[in-house]
Write a protein of this length. Structure first.
Length: 353
């Protein structure tokens, strides 16, 4: 059994095979119309979603399978206090594969510990969103033809933007990737992601500085739902707005991606620009999720161990949004390259004794 909790749960080779499968599905839709006949996908969404949940649903339906689940945790027994561990133990009896979105960071790791069926992380808080990353990789591949030697601008909320964190983890594995970071000071990358950036990254203060050097501009929304203080959100929400005038500074081949939903960080006057690829990107999400569901249902080998060594710990995580603070899980940690002890669920550092 294999899960997808983090983009690096798939090797570069496996990621390539999955993207190629998605392209084959696009070109031969009928050939895959019954490959999941009789199989069931459970979509457990504890947090709102349009694209991810509906594309998972459409993906399973187009593979011939069925879908059950909830899109509002208040209508499930979670509202009576059921834990993630117990919920997935139960759903393992009803379905063949689970796609889970949760507002607590690390919740899909907990699910994977207790599930008897594959778990797909469909987004956990501000931490990780690996199926969006597969969508992004397929979009770059189809738009530009390759995944290596690219300069990628990441703009907006890099602190809470889980899609950015996962994209960095995936893209840093390709030769010649260069990241350009564009964000307000308060919304810079968390240190556990900044620490893994290739050394050639650069930070700039304006979109105007970044645009001429980019192959891909990855815009993100400022994540209102993650702010403890709404005044901070109001102050930061319009920090970077891409519009048609700024697009005149970008190369002809550059593409604009956005995981969506957008608020107002991309002006609608960009939508008709052929380089605006964000609505084409959404369509790729369904095909890559078809490829993922089909692949994971066919895998029988054990989940490969991540390179980091995990140890039990009694220390508390410093991240208020971590699942270990709200559910009775076995706390585990790892030590990063700088000697910092980090939570194995959400990657934030642990409190010092
Ligand atoms: N990109 C993305 O995750 O969109 P949803 O929140 O609508 O699923």
């Amino acid at each position: 059994m294999r899960h997808l909790i983090d983009p690096t749960d798939l090797s570069v080779e496996e990621t390539g095979q999955l993207l190629n499968l998605a392209i084959d599905i696009i070109n031969n839709r009928q050939a895959y119309a019954h490959v999941c006949d009789g199989k069931k996908l459970a979509t457990l969404f504890y947090e709102p979603s349009t694209r991810t949940r509906l594309s998972f649903t459409a993906a399973m339906m187009e593979l011939g399978g069925n879908v059950l689940g909830f899109s509002d945790a208040r209508t499930s027994s979670v509202s009576k206090g059921e834990t993630v561990a117990d919920t997935v133990r139960v759903v393992s009896s009803f379905a063949d594969i689970i796609a889970m979105r949760h507002f607590k960071e690390g919740a899909p790791n907990v699910a994977a510990q207790y599930s008897r069926i594959p778990i797909i992380n469909a987004g956990d808080g501000g931490h990780s969103h690996p199926t969006q990353t597969l969508t992004d990789l397929l979009s770059i591949l189809r738009e530009l033809g390759h995944l290596d030697n690219l300069t990628i601008g990441l703009c907006g909320d890099l602190k809470y933007g889980r899609t950015v964190h996962s994209l960095i983890k995936a893209m840093k594995r390709y030769d010649g990737t260069r990241f350009v970071l564009i964000s307000p000071d308060e919304l810079r990358l968390p240190d556990y992601i900044k620490n893994i950036l290739p050394s050639n990254f650069i930070e700039v203060n304006t979109l105007e500085e970044a645009l001429p050097m980019l192959d891909v501009l990855y815009m993100t929304r400022v994540q209102q739902e993650r702010f403890a203080n709404q005044d901070d959100y109001e102050r930061l929400k319009d920090s970077f707005i891409l519009d048609a005038k700024k697009m005149t500074l970008a190369p002809e081949h550059m593409i604009v991606l956005h995981p969506l939903p957008r608020v107002n960080e991309i002006s609608t006057d960009v939508d008709e620009d052929p380089r605006a690829a964000y609505f084409r990107q959404v369509g790729n999400g369904k095909f890559v999720r078809m490829a993922l569901i089909y692949t994971l249902l066919g895998k029988t080998e054990e989940q490969p161990k991540r390179l980091r060594v995990l140890s039990p710990t009694t220390r508390r995580c410093t991240n208020d949004r971590c699942i270990t603070l709200s559910e009775p899980v076995v706390k585990q940690s790892y030590t990063d390259e700088d000697g910092v002890e980090r939570c194995a669920y959400c990657d934030h550092c642990l409190r010092k004794d």
